[in-house]
Design a protein around this ligand. Structure first.
Ligand SMILES: [Zn+2]
Length: 278
């Protein structure tokens, strides 16, 4: 079965703040991942070994919490240009750090971003903050909607120092889905581990919202979402590799394949839906 992993983290690790690095590199072979970040050919070989056709390369501007400035976009577009068919570059605009969020969004998309990432707990605003004092965020969504570029929004908690987990509530995305009805939205992590019911509601309620399951241990996926099969046409595979506890892209796929879901649903989730959305 072909696989698209819509959510992995091979990023400009050197930009991460020291306290973030300390958390990120815990129990990880740092040199191995720095080598992957230095050479996209290495990542492509790893994808071959893991049987993964394409990956979504998550990337976002978060100067306060993570240390990522807007330079992450140049870095990511350059990295993904090694094989744009297999490396899906995410871009990002932090509306609090630019005078022209709309123009900056257009620029990032022109540079080659095929999706955008919004990370409320790490960017320290709500996903619907354009309703309360951050009008530039509406411009980001509007330009992405006009360009047909999907937006992955982090939902759920985060353990990184300085992260504001209360901004991870998927109900904030309900507003975004209402106000930008043609914007394709991926709910990353399905609100894990606190807000799965809210995530399920938002995905079912809005034709333009998809469930993206990265960061959820596949063995727990049906515990978290007992009615997953009902949403198989709107669920997108991702691992969050190499975040804590995720050994490899392949291990998660194999665990997922062992779940009691129909083969048709598995194929949609692992491949078909992402192909349509991206
Ligand atoms: Zn992630």
């Amino acid at each position: 079965m072909p696989v698209i992993d819509a959510h992995i983290h091979i990023q400009p690790f050197h930009m991460m703040k020291p306290d973030v690095q300390a958390t990120f590199w815990q129990k990880k072979n740092r040199a191995e991942f720095e080598a992957l970040a230095a050479d996209p050919a290495k990542l492509l070989r790893q994808m071959d070994a893991d049987g993964v056709e394409r990956v979504g390369l998550i990337n976002y501007v978060s100067p306060d919490v993570m240390g990522f400035t807007s330079e992450v976009n140049e870095w990511m577009m350059r990295y993904a240009s090694a094989d744009p068919a297999r490396l899906i570059a995410f871009g990002s605009v932090h509306p609090g750090y630019t005078d022209d969020p709309g123009g900056e969004t257009d620029r990032v998309i022109e540079m080659g971003a095929r999706a955008l990432k919004v990370h409320p707990p790490h960017q320290v605003f709500r996903a619907n903050a354009y309703l309360n004092g951050l009008p530039g965020l509406a411009e980001v969504y509007r330009r992405a909607e006009a360009a047909g570029v999907p937006v992955t929004i982090h939902t759920g908690t985060s353990v990184f120092p300085g992260a504001r987990s209360r901004f991870g509530d998927p109900m904030d995305v309900d507003d975004v889905a209402v106000d930008f009805p043609k914007l394709k939205i991926l709910l990353a992590h399905g609100g894990r581990p606190l807000w799965m019911e809210a995530a399920f509601f938002v995905v079912r309620r809005h034709p333009n919202v998809f469930l993206e399951v990265s960061g959820i241990p596949p063995s727990k996926l049906l515990e978290y979402f007992p009615r997953l099969e009902e949403l198989a046409h709107k669920t997108i595979w991702g691992t969050d590799w190499p975040s804590p506890g995720i050994k490899s892209m392949r291990v998660n796929v194999d665990q997922f394949l062992g779940l009691p879901l129909s083969d048709a649903s598995k194929r949609r989730i692992l491949y078909d839906n992402a192909l349509t959305v991206f």
